[in-house]
Design a protein. Structure first.
Lengths: 96, 87
């Protein structure tokens, strides 16, 4: 029972990060800063959700799957962030 | 307890909807991709919270697929974009 509340508390911690990520995405002035808000804040928020679920995980397999999900999202947004920023920079260089 | 989980999922859903509003007010295609990436990350979080709330552990497998698709989307976007632009 207590572990469920601990897990819920960790999940609740993720909310400020998601709010911050979305606010940054809406308010920041250019693509690079928006990319920064998105790839940092949101992945931290997801990390807290994963920790919250790890506390109540039933088995090692489930825990491993949770960590795998987080690592996949981290790797995906790191690679994607580089690719999008790089293609924007290339486009800018081409256009003048 | 379950209600608390659903409230959390709802809050994440609201931030995701706010981010998706960027497409509507949208500036460049790259911003649209960012918004979709946001919905990918927040979507994974919502799936995890729902898995905790309902005890349906197969939602974790759905979350894995979401994470993979969001990564693939960015790569496809960059390839299409660099293909369309004159070198």
């Amino acid at each position: 029972m207590i572990s469920e509340w601990v897990g819920l508390a960790f999940m609740a911690l993720s909310i400020p990060f998601f709010v911050g990520g979305s606010l940054g995405l809406l308010r920041f002035p250019n693509l690079y800063t928006r990319l920064h808000a998105l790839s940092k804040a949101d992945n931290l928020g997801l990390g807290f959700v994963v920790i919250g679920m790890l506390v109540t995980a039933d088995s090692w397999g489930e825990a491993l799957k949770l960590v795998l999900i987080w690592l996949l999202v981290l790797a995906g947004s790191a690679i994607g962030g580089y690719l999008v920023a790089n293609s924007e920079l290339e486009k800018r260089n081409r256009n003048g | 307890m379950t209600d608390a989980y659903f409230c959390l999922a709802m809050l994440v859903l609201i931030t995701m909807a706010a981010g998706l509003a960027l497409i509507k007010s949208g500036t460049t295609p790259a911003d649209g991709v960012l918004a979709v990436q946001l919905s990918g990350t927040a979507g994974v979080a919502i799936l995890l919270i729902l898995a905790a709330a309902t005890g349906v552990k197969s939602l974790l497998d759905v979350a894995v697929v979401y994470a993979l698709l969001a990564a693939g989307l960015m790569i496809v976007f960059v390839k299409v974009r660099s293909g369309q632009d004159p070198k």
